[in-house]
Design a protein around this ligand. Structure first.
Ligand SMILES: Nc1ncnc2c1ncn2[C@@H]1O[C@H](COP(=O)(O)OP(=O)(O)OP(=O)(O)O)[C@@H](O)[C@H]1O
Length: 244
């Protein structure tokens, strides 16, 4: 039984040296829900994700990151970074079980192989990452993240390298596996946000804008009328000129 995932709130501003990156802002990620963050390139989405994950040692962050249960965050999060960060000397199976290996825990080979089958890479378990395509590598990274089985999951453009069909399949798989977890996903794809978001926000130079997601539980059907309309409205917002 998993402990109930907490609500997460990040509140504050970030700069690198003299350059402001984002904020002041307040982003709330509801407990057990999927939050999507969109916005133009370079606006600070990855920085925000990395700050939450506690892996950013470049950015000066002034503010607070809090979990509603008051417990510390380290050890409760999985981060799928923008690059796949696969270890070139490990095979696919070794990469998917890397978390267990780093923790000195026994690796669950059977579960890892089942996960690889779910991401369509069962045949590739013994290959090294260099023998895979970009989309296959991204699915290995996804499998590794899902294997971690954490209550809080941070995803940075997790499906960006996938073809449309595989992307929809991996969205469905991730929604199934991460149901009830507190998820923050950075994406450039309005369709993806409209399908998966319980909450949707746009980060721009002028701050955070909330966007009302379509009704219905994610993952919403790709051809759902309301979801398609939300996708269109999101794209229009993303194309609007930045506020001065
Ligand atoms: N190590 C670094 N040193 C200096 N500046 C950095 C560093 N990493 C990121 N930046 C700057 O911080 C800003 C925010 O970067 P970040 O990667 O968070 O943007 P993003 O919104 O995720 O962009 P994208 O959508 O292109 O991934 C950018 O202007 C970037 O140039």
């Amino acid at each position: 039984m998993h402990p109930t995932p907490p609500e997460l709130v990040i509140e504050g501003s970030a700069r690198i040296g003299d350059t402001p990156i984002f904020g002041p802002l307040r982003l709330c990620m509801p407990a057990g829900r999927w939050t999507c963050l969109l916005g133009p390139s370079g606006v600070g989405k990855t920085t925000l994700l990395r700050l939450l994950a506690g892996v950013d040692d470049v950015t000066d962050f002034t503010g607070t990151i809090t979990a509603s249960d008051g417990l510390a965050l380290p050890g409760r999060m999985a981060l799928m970074a923008q690059g796949d960060l696969l270890m070139p000397w490990l095979d696919v199976l070794g990469n998917v079980t890397l978390g267990a290996r780093l923790r000195g825990a026994p690796r669950d080979k059977e579960r890892a192989l089942a996960m690889l089958n779910r991401v369509g890479l069962g045949e590739h378990a013994r290959k090294t990452p260099e023998a895979l395509s970009g989309g296959q590598r991204q699915r290995v990274a996804l499998a590794r993240t899902l294997m971690e089985d954490r209550p809080i999951v941070l995803l940075d453009e997790p499906f960006s390298a996938l073809d449309a069909r595989t992307r929809a399949q991996m969205q469905d798989l991730s929604a199934e596996h991460l149901m009830g977890r507190t998820v923050l996903m950075v994406t450039h794809d309005p369709a993806e946000a409209a399908r998966l978001g319980d909450a949707i926000h746009i980060l721009s130079e002028s701050g955070l804008t909330d966007f009302t997601p379509p009704q219905g539980a994610p993952p919403r059907p790709v051809d759902d009328t309301e979801t398609l309309a939300a996708q269109g409205r999101l794209l229009a917002l993303l194309r609007a000129p930045a506020m001065p």
